[in-house]
Design a protein around this ligand. Structure first.
Ligand SMILES: Cc1cc2nc3c(=O)[nH]c(=O)nc-3n(C[C@H](O)[C@H](O)[C@H](O)COP(=O)(O)OP(=O)(O)OC[C@H]3O[C@@H](n4cnc5c(N)ncnc54)[C@H](O)[C@@H]3O)c2cc1C
Length: 783
């Protein structure tokens, strides 16, 4: 999808989107090495920047201010982004073992996976304390804590165990935020109490005395009790047992004591220090083809604090050493700074700083820290514009041709790569297929799949789909392509039987081609197997870019076949999945979509329509189609024309994927959008409705979209409830079918949603209510 024209010769796999790897990605984005492909595997898509995490907890920053979005960054670097958790390494086979996908091969590996809390050493801590690390999950844990505090009307005793800089700073931020939230909710903030507990005699043990003294003063002024020199011996529900001190009664415990390494490293075969951290040399190398940086490493010569400062500082050296390894040059040494500058905030837009024994404090120190942190984040969240690949253009091309060619260069894959409806019907108009009596549904009345009578009880359903890679990950592409192809069979109410694959893989080294092909087919086969559809053959060829498709055969009885032309006046229209994949994938190609939006869109694309088809059938479905390249309106118009009815669509009830409105608002459309928009002539009162912000999304081409179906109005709400319960969270009733009117345009967009709401309310009313309502209405009209 990155348009890699150069054959891949080396695969560099980065595990963890930590503070060092973000710099590696940025640097290789600025200066790529042809033929070198990066793959980032990370559990989280948004890396919390440790320096801003306390400010985020305190409420001074929003989520996106304090997180690096790996989506645009990976796109900028031309890297494939796999959201997964690495659970083991196969060093001999040079493969990374992930929790939810096939092994990922590498030529060079780098680990930047942070650390975990050391709760295991104190009985009860793992069960009853809230770990702060890994920091990427802490935000969710803090939100849950906040909700519990508010549920107790503020009456909460909170203790934080661990008095390093991270712990002290976090406690002050939590204190500031909780007091504000509790006061805002109308409760008494004095009902909150806070304590800092540590086994060391003095808080902030690795800092100068003057720095410690300032924090002791600040903690005292904020009413935070400090228990130092008292190791926690056991954690029980509601209390901390301390060595040499009476137990401390608590409602919530935060745990920030010394970091521990990820447990799976122990079995990795890589060299470890006594505590289990990765032992690296001073070039950040753990093995000849494995680098590592950040909290997860340990140097034999120097014990570095587990601090983001060092992970950030290692980034450029790591990037340089990866480049040097790939180009056969000697490696550089990493020289961590002797005395780092520490700016530690106090939660209330105030901070204390220290370097070389000098200590300063004030609101200005916080503003200084804020300026440094925001500047750091801009380097990753405001990336330089991506250069368009140079195109070889014929000197014979005129201005219009040049414009068209540049549009072609940005064409989308997936169903955005489908040929437009009118182009297709013009091209096929001249074709006269052979006439056969056993073709029940063919090109003369096209539907989601052809229906062929093969002589048994059931008809054969036949359909084919094929598209260019819309995602860089071959395994995910396989899943999407198989799912998309199966949808035509489900839309016709059929049962998938067999599949033939057609795949194109880019030219390259045999091992690389094999790895991509096997990952792609593994993804596809998982989906096909789950559908009970046997992969029975296929064809593979080399080509310019990765592409995959399937010809699927299905089975159905003649009476059960769902046709597009089955809409009946009085039906409700249901859409089973949200729309917006076209604009989101186009934005992703340009590095303008947030990783969480793209991954959520992918999750919808790999959700099967099989169960939805069953649920629709149980609720009396009359007609269905799958929403793909022609967009919602395009596929709706196909149904409306075939059924000779009118429809009303409540525009605000059409479910949308997260981020689709934002990317549309940026003016980013799929390359197929302009062709789809031609169908606006089917929509009434265009002057008014086209100004609605959701209007363009109705034409957005979908890849592996949901089913658009018609069920009797009285079944609609029950059907949607069943769909949602089955995991189609976005499913909704979006419109109504009515008799064909005399109007030229069959589609009305209902901007208020009142007509649909009234019809659903009417349908939900018990029959005796209808009688009463009818009687009251009749009486009110009586002369
Ligand atoms: C509350 C708090 C405040 C802090 N404040 C500061 C501060 O102000 N300044 C400072 O310098 N340090 C601070 N620290 C310390 C800092 O957070 C860590 O030192 C830093 O995050 C370590 O960075 P890293 O790059 O090693 O890994 P991380 O930033 O932890 O990144 C690790 C990445 O690896 C991914 N990952 C982990 N395991 C796997 C796996 N198995 N498979 C795939 N992906 C995986 C994670 O999802 C994540 O993306 C603070 C810590 C805490 C708890």
């Amino acid at each position: 999808m990155n348009g890699v024209s150069q054959p891949i010769v080396k695969d560099v796999v980065l595990v963890g989107a930590g503070h060092s790897h973000v710099t590696v990605l940025r640097r290789f984005g600025m200066d790529p090495i042809p033929g070198v492909r990066f793959t980032l595997i990370s559990r989280e898509l948004h890396t919390p920047y440790s320096g801003m995490l306390p400010g985020l907890i305190a409420g001074h920053y929003g989520f996106d201010d304090a997180h690096i979005d790996t989506g645009p960054l990976a796109r900028f670097a031309g890297a494939r982004l796999y959201q997964d958790e690495v659970v083991a390494l196969d060093l001999a086979g040079r493969r990374v073992i992930c929790r939810d996908r096939p092994p990922v091969p590498y030529d060079l590996l780098s680990l930047n996976i942070g650390s975990t809390p050391n709760t295991g050493s104190v009985p009860g801590a793992s069960e009853h304390a809230i770990p702060v690390k890994p920091i990427d999950g802490f935000l969710g844990r803090f939100e849950a804590l906040k909700a519990r505090v508010l549920a107790r009307k503020g009456r909460t005793r909170l203790a934080l165990v661990g008095a390093g800089a991270g712990g002290v700073e976090l406690l002050l931020s939590v204190e500031h935020r909780l007091r504000r939230e509790v006061t805002r909710a109308g409760f008494d903030a004095a009902a909150l109490s806070f304590a800092l507990v540590s086994d060391v005699a003095e808080i902030l043990p690795s800092f100068p005395a003057a720095f410690r003294a300032r924090f002791q003063r600040i903690l005292a002024a904020r009413g935070i009790a400090v228990f130092s020199g008292v190791p926690v011996t056991r954690v029980e529900p509601g209390r901390l047992l301390l060595d040499g001190h009476a137990p401390v009664e608590v409602d919530e415990i935060l745990w920030t004591t010394q970091a521990a390494p990820a447990q799976w490293l122990a079995k990795s075969g890589l060299p470890l220090d006594a505590r289990g951290f990765l032992a690296v040399d001073d070039t950040l190398r753990a093995a000849v083809d494995v680098f590592a940086a950040g909290d997860t490493i340990a140097f034999a010569t120097r014990d570095l604090p587990k601090s983001g400062v060092y992970a950030v500082r290692a980034g450029p050296v790591l990037a340089d050493n990866i480049r040097r390894t790939l180009t056969g040059r000697p490696l550089r040494r990493f020289r961590p700074q002797g005395e780092a500058l520490y700016l530690v905030s106090t939660g209330d837009r105030y901070a204390v700083g220290t370097r070389n024994g000098l200590v300063v404090e004030g609101a200005w120190v916080w503003r200084w820290k804020d300026w440094i942190d925001r500047r750091f984040m801009r380097r990753f969240n405001e990336l330089p514009a991506m250069a368009a690949p140079p195109a070889a253009v014929s000197p014979a091309a005129d201005q219009q041709a040049l414009k068209d060619i540049s549009a072609i260069a940005m064409r989308c894959g997936g169903c955005g790569a489908k040929v437009g409806a009118s182009v297709l019907s013009r091209a096929l108009g001249a074709i006269e297929p052979a006439v056969r009596s056993d073709v029940v549904v063919g090109l003369d009345a096209p539907d989601d799949a052809a229906l062929v009578d093969v002589g048994g009880d059931r008809l054969s359903l036949q359909t084919v789909d094929y598209f260019r890679a819309i995602v860089d990950d071959p395994y995910t592409l396989g899943k999407i392509a198989a799912n998309h192809s199966l949808s035509d069979v489900y839309a016709m109410g059929g049962e998938p039987q067999t599949a033939l694959a057609i795949a194109t893989v880019p030219y390259g080294l045999e091992a690389k081609v094999e790895a991509d092909l096997s990952a792609m087919m593994a993804g596809a086969n998982e989906v096909l197997r789950e559908a009970g559809c046997a992969l029975v053959g296929g064809h593979t060829s080399e080509g310019a870019e990765l592409a995959l498709g399937f010809a699927i055969n299905g089975l159905i009885t003649r009476a059960a076949a769902l046709r597009k032309g089955g809409l009946r006046p009085g039906d409700a229209l249901i859409l089973t999945k949200p729309i917006g994949t076209g604009t989101l994938l186009a934005a992703d190609m340009r590095g303008k979509a947030k990783a969480r939006w793209v991954m959520a869109a992918i999750a919808h694309m790999i959700q099967s329509n099989g169960q939805a088809a069953d649920i629709l059938r149980r609720h009396g479905v009359h007609a269905a189609t799958d929403v793909t390249g022609f967009g919602l309106i395009g596929h709706l118009v196909e149904m409306v024309r075939a059924s000779n009815v009118d429809v009303t669509v409540a525009i605000d009830r059409v479910p949308l994927l997260d981020g689709a409105r934002e990317t549309m608002a940026l003016g980013i459309f799929s390359s197929m959008q302009p062709q789809n928009v031609r169908l606006r002539r089917a929509v009434r009162e265009l002057d008014t409705v086209a100004r609605h912000p959701r209007y363009p999304l109705l034409f957005d081409p979908q890849t592996s979209g949901g089913l658009l179906a018609a069920v009797p109005l009285g079944e609609a709400e029950r059907c949607v409830a069943a769909l949602r319960a089955a995991g189609y969270a976005g499913a909704d009733v979006i419109g109504l079918v009515s008799e064909r009117s005399g109007a030229l345009e069959p589609v009305t967009l209902d901007l208020t949603g009142e007509r649909l709401a009234a019809a659903l309310a009417q349908a939900a009313r018990p029959p005796q209510d209808d009688l009463k309502h009818g009687l009251a209405f009749a009486l009110s009209k009586a002369p």
